[in-house]
Design a protein around this ligand. Structure first.
Ligand code: ADP
Ligand code: MN
Length: 174
């Protein structure tokens, strides 16, 4: 896919800071933040809500069609906790945010998640599920693991993306 600007995927266990970090990256780079969870709710790209798991069941076909359209021109920061449902060709960079367990636990408690969801997400983070899935789904050179424990981390992550984007522009200009 030829794009005038790259697409970046920001993924990680819920609570690792995808949305906050994506907003900061958008501010620093001028790229556009696409919050997939919000999009799914707004455009009803799901087959219903599962009370027990406090989650929507994705309508993957609908979601992929919608996103294909949004991403084709490039310049998007896609924020989602699942990374294996997207075609590899969509992304030029995949960031996997990581948070230490104590900090992640606090964030989820503050969010009012139920115990089941907290346990599930804690295990997901400890077992590095998203990182491993990202490595299985994308080329190794585009997958970057980033710490997301502090505001300083977030700022330096956003800075890093800005530098990466500047280099991308140089390498992809004619
Ligand atoms: P996600 O989108 O991955 O679920 P959010 O961006 O909504 O995570 O962040 C969850 C909570 O953690 C928010 O209250 C946010 O302010 C806080 N947070 C996120 N990233 C960091 C960070 N790097 N340092 C400190 N707090 C953070
Ligand atoms: Mn979020």
């Amino acid at each position: 896919m030829s794009r005038s600007l790259p697409n970046i995927l920001v993924t990680g266990t819920p609570g690792t800071g995808k949305t906050t970090t994506s907003e900061m990256i958008a501010e620093v780079t001028g790229l556009e933040h696409v919050n997939v969870g919000e999009l799914v709710k707004q455009k009803q790209l799901h087959e219903g809500y599962l009370e027990e798991f406090d989650t929507h069941v994705l309508d993957e076909d609908k979601l992929l069609d919608e996103l294909e359209e949004i991403l084709k021109e490039g310049g998007k920061i896609v924020d989602f906790h699942t990374c294996e449902i997207f075609p590899e060709r969509w992304f030029d960079l995949v960031l996997v945010l990581r948070t230490d367990t104590a900090g992640l636990y606090d964030r989820m408690t503050k969010r009012g998640y139920n115990k089941r969801k907290i346990d599930e997400n804690m295990e997901c983070e400890i077992m590095q599920v998203v990182l491993e899935t990202a490595h299985e789904s994308y080329a190794p050179e585009i997958v970057v693991e980033l710490p997301s424990n502090t505001i300083d981390d977030m700022e330096s992550n956003a800075d890093r993306v800005k530098q990466w984007l500047d280099a991308w522009k140089v390498n992809n200009s004619k």
